[in-house]
Design a protein around this ligand. Sequence first.
Ligand code: KG4
Ligand code: ZN
Length: 337
Amino acid sequence: MTHILAIESSCDETAAAVVACGGGFDVKSNVIASQIDLHRRYGGVVPEIASRMHIEAVTGVTEQALKEACLTFDGIDAVAVTYAPGLVGALLVGVGYAKSLAFALKKPLLAVHHIEAHIAANYIASPELKPPFVCLVASGGHATVALARDYAEYDVLAVTRDDAPGEAFDKIARVLGLGYPGGPAVQEAAKNGRTDAFVFPRVYFDGAMDFSFSGVKTAVINTIHNYAQKNLPIPLPDIAASFQYAVCDVLSERLVACAVRAGVKSIALAGGVASNHLLRELSQVRAKEAGLNFYCPPPVLCTDNAAMTAVRGYFEFVAKKFAKTDLNAVATLSISV
Ligand code: KG4
Ligand code: ZN
C-alpha cells in the first residue's frame, strides 16, 4: 500500500486527505475546511480572502487528516498537491506548504492538475471503472468533456467558450436572492417548479461539441427583471426548474454525444455540478438509451476535496513523475495530452 497525503487549495476549500493506494483506493481521511460562510456575504469567492484563509487553515487541516488516518508524517510515502488551474494566490498556499513538507520529510512531491483530480474521484467510488471513458467535469470554474485514454492521458473533446455551469448557477441564485453557493440552492428551489414553464436558450456550435452558458444566464436574468419591472411576483420555482433543466439538458446531451463519437463504452461525471440530481438523472437515462455504462462519485467527492488529488497523484507516483521544489502555481492550464 502507498499512502499519499494530498493538499488541495485551488478555490474556497482548504482540504487534506490520506488515501491508501494500490489494488483500489482506500480513503483513510478526507478533511475539508470550507470558507463558504466567509464568502457568502460577498455573493461569491473573494480571491484575497481565500488565500488568507488557506494560510490559516492548511496546517490544522493537514494534521487533522493525518490524525484521522491514524498516521504520522513518517507513515506517508508521498505528498500530492493541486498546482493548476485555479485562483493563483489560493493555489500558491497549498503548493508552498506541500513543497516544504516534501522537502523536510524527504518524500516525493506529486503535482496534480485539478480537473484531472476531479476525473480521478470516479476511481474511488467505482473501482471497476477503467479507461477509456468519457468524463464531464462541470464545476464553478470549468466545463470540460475529456476522453480519459489512460489514467494520465486525456483528449479534450469539449470546453465552455464562456461561463462555467456552476458559475451560471451561482449568478442566477444571487439574482434570485438564494445566496452562495448557488447550485444546491437553485436545485432546492426547483423542486416544486415546472421544467417547461420557460424555454431558456441552448447553444450549439457547428461541428464542435463546445458549451456556452452566458446566453442562458442572460435570458434568465432578463426574465427575472421583467417580472420585477412589472411589479409581478417572481415565479421562483418555475424559473429555477426551467434554468436547471436547460443547463443539465445540454450537459448530459453533449456528454453522451461525445462518448458515442469517441466510441467508448462508459461515461462519468465529476466536479461540483455533478452533485446536481437532475444532471445525474438525465445523464444516467441518456447513457442507458445509448447503451453506455454510467459512473458518478458521491456528492462529497464531486465538490472540491483532497482525496481525489491523492488518487490522481498516485498515478504520478507509479510513473515516478516527481515534481521539483521549483514547482509553481498556474492559474490556467489545459489537462495532459
Ligand atoms: O468542483 P467545485 O467544488 O469547485 C470548483 O472547482 O469550481 O464546484 C463548485 C460549484 C459551485 O459553482 C456550486 O454552485 C456548484 O459547483 N454546485 C452545484 C451543486 N452543488 C454544487 N451546481 C448545481 N447543483 C448542485 N447540486
Ligand atoms: Zn473543483
